[in-house]
Design a protein around this ligand. Structure first.
Ligand code: NDP
Length: 278
């Protein structure tokens, strides 16, 4: 039977460590504040935003909330970001994605000061990550590294296969695993012999956004399987990119959905906020 990697528990450990750091900062007279901007009322985004604010409360940092109408002109959003960039009492700025289709998401991301880019999506943050310089790291992949490390799973020298090459998960994941001295392959929709490629992995990270796509044919016996996916199955039940029931008996460790990678993403966002305050 595989070990279940408990993201809820590990994320709580991190949040409790952050709580102490926030307290220490407060004693030195330093407050930490995250500004969260949501455009429109997408229900999934509202849930994420609510959870982020709850996380801020838990570790004792402030959150400023901006709920903007769906049809707000892009210039107004950029002006708000400009203001928040200037404000000394705001440490981190988060714009909840996806944005409505009339907005240029890349331009919005570029408008956030790299010093306040707690999501780690700004090209400067991504560039710094690529060349091993300090900067904010995208929260989901950073959370996965923490999950692996805090579960005592060795990355150095291991075959790591990342399934998916998005800018927010797959690519930074590959770079972080490389930084930890893993031997990294990034697979995607054009990869030939996909099952053969993923079956080489000692550590397999699935970030495809396809419900239960990864079955045991994709997995080497004894591999560690990390499931990033957040999907709905045919019965509208939350599920990952991995077919948990099918894969769990053949792997050595696996993350569940929910309760695996998801809680780590928020913990690392909070980590970035605290780091931005020094
Ligand atoms: P994207 O849709 O941006 O990227 C999906 C990637 O998977 C692409 O690179 C695509 O390849 C690849 N892919 C799609 N279908 C196949 C296939 N059949 N075979 C091989 N590769 C395939 O998704 P994200 O990276 O944003 O998200 C992935 C999943 O993770 C989603 O379920 C999302 O909801 C979830 N997620 C979870 C988070 C969390 O906190 N737990 C945070 C962020 C995302 P190509 O590039 O060739 O098109």
């Amino acid at each position: 039977m595989a070990r279940i990697i408990d993201g809820k528990k590990i994320s709580l450990q991190i949040k409790d460590e952050l709580k102490e750091r926030v307290q220490a900062l407060k004693e030195k007279g330093r407050e930490v504040t995250l500004a969260v901007i949501q455009v429109g009322e997408d229900p999934a985004s509202s849930v994420y935003v609510r959870n982020k604010k709850k996380g801020c409360e838990y570790i004792g940092i402030g959150s400023l909330s901006y709920e903007l109408p769906e049809d707000i002109p892009m210039q107004e959003l950029l002006a708000l970001i400009g203001e928040l960039n200037e404000r000394e009492d705001v440490n981190g700025i988060l714009v909840q994605l996806p944005l409505p289709s009339h907005m240029d998401e890349d331009a919005v991301i570029r408008a956030i000061s790299p010093q306040k880019d707690v999501d780690g999506f700004h090209p400067q943050s991504v560039g710094a990550l690529c060349i091993g310089q300090p900067g904010f790291v995208s929260c989901t992949p950073a959370g996965i590294i923490q999950l692996l490390k805090r579960s005592g799973i060795e990355i150095a020298g291991k075959e790591c296969v990342v399934l998916g090459r998005s800018n927010i998960v797959g690519k930074p994941m590959g770079i972080l695993l490389l930084r930890e001295n893993g031997t990294v392959t990034i697979a995607h929709s054009k990869t030939e012999n996909l099952k053969e490629v993923t079956s080489r992995a000692d550590i397999l990270i699935a970030a495809v956004g396809k419900p239960k796509m990864v079955t045991r044919e994709y997995v080497k016996e004894g591999a560690v399987v990390i499931d990033v996916g957040i999907n709905r199955d045919g019965d509208n039940k939350l599920c990952g990119d991995v077919d948990f029931e099918d894969v769990e008996p053949v792997c050595s460790a696996i993350t569940p959905v929910p309760g695996g990678v998801g809680p780590m993403t928020i913990a690392m966002l909070l980590y970035n906020c605290v780091a931005s305050a020094g």
